[in-house]
Design a protein around this ligand. Structure first.
Ligand code: HEC
Length: 148
């Protein structure tokens, strides 16, 4: 009996640990994050920096550097960075092409500037990066989608 309950206890602890390690799920990435009353302004914002190998390289350096994005979003952009593991909802997986199709650059910019309420995604402009840097990072984040 003693052994059996100990076994159950250990099994339960291991199950809990695997849940923690696997991390929480994303909140539906296809639903908009910008509040309805600001959506048309956000969508109208155009990325002033055309996507190019230069811009993507700048974005990558910022994403992995002073922008600190990789801590949560992961170096591969899958939303599995070391600090992201404890967040619920989990950070955005930028390899998801369906997500990119649903969002205008201006909506991504809005979240980087204002944060996503009730999540670990806090405002990072001007705390970590400036506006121009954010547009380069957006070009880099787009490049994580390899397919359609
Ligand atoms: C402390 C952790 C953390 C850091 C650091 C972080 N993010 Fe996030 N990010 C999140 C989380 C969590 C979400 C998911 C929010 C949600 O589901 O609404 C998210 C979502 C996003 C989104 C998706 C917004 C949308 O429309 O759904 C973008 C874009 C984004 N982050 C960009 C960045 C950029 C750029 C940086 C670095 C400058 C960065 N993040 C740094 C945690 C983080």
């Amino acid at each position: 009996m003693g052994y059996f309950s100990k076994f159950l206890g250990i099994t339960a602890a291991l199950m809990l640990m695997s849940v923690t390690v696997a991390g929480a799920a994303e909140k539906d990435p296809l639903k908009p994050r910008v509040p309805a009353d600001q959506m048309s302004d956000a969508k109208a914002m155009k990325n002033p920096i055309a996507s190019s190998p230069e811009s993507i390289a700048k974005g990558k350096a910022l994403f992995e550097g002073k922008g600190t994005c990789f801590n949560c979003h992961g170096k591969e952009g899958k939303g599995d960075g070391p600090a992201g593991a404890i967040l619920d909802p989990s950070p955005r997986d930028f390899t998801n092409c369906k997500f990119h199709k649903k969002r205008k650059d201006g909506e991504l910019f809005w979240v980087i500037k204002n944060g996503s309420q009730g999540t670990g995604m806090v405002s990072l402009i001007p705390a970590a990066i400036n506006e121009e840097e954010a547009w380069n990072i957006i070009n880099y984040e787009r490049s994580f989608c390899k397919g359609e």
